[in-house]
Design a protein around this ligand. Sequence first.
Ligand code: AMP
Length: 178
Amino acid sequence: MIDLSRFIRDVPDFPRQGIVFKDITPLLSNPAALAESIRLLAARVAKPDAVVAIESRGFVFGTGLALHWGVPLVPARKFGKLPGKTVREVYSLEYGEDTLELHADALRAGQRVVVVDDLLATGGTAAATARLVEQLEASVAAFLFLIELKGLGGRAVLGSYPAEALLAYEVAEERPRA
Ligand code: AMP
């Protein structure tokens, strides 16, 4: 068993003073560790009908999981990146707001999806993605994260949805943002 925490690098004061950024690039550079992270994530939940991956580091793990399960990969993208007809959700950032989109034809009613991102902090990004899935009348079977930052209320924001993370860290500082 590989200790995945060895492949997460803390970068203090990035992108702002007081934020400890969890850098996953050491994990990405190690094929055995990256493959292990996908295997461990996949083992946490049942195979869904589709994987919804959140831009942009969620794409890495979402792609691995979609290939592992042999199910469609659906990218949740920042506003203005998807060329087709989309559904949108606005969510709050520390200063201002941001918008995520899904292609309107990306999911069918009744499909059960797993939503994937690299990291759960306050939960705003993941919760907005769940609302997108529900706009398309699909449902969120579970959230999967490589890393959970505990102490920022993310789990409470995700409510009753199952949420799994491979690594957890206690933090007390204000919300970081990639
Ligand atoms: P949140 O919406 O607050 O749960 O933030 C989650 C999103 O912000 C994820 O897409 C993460 O990639 C990114 N993020 C938040 N905090 C950090 C952090 N400390 N290190 C790396 N990425 C972060």
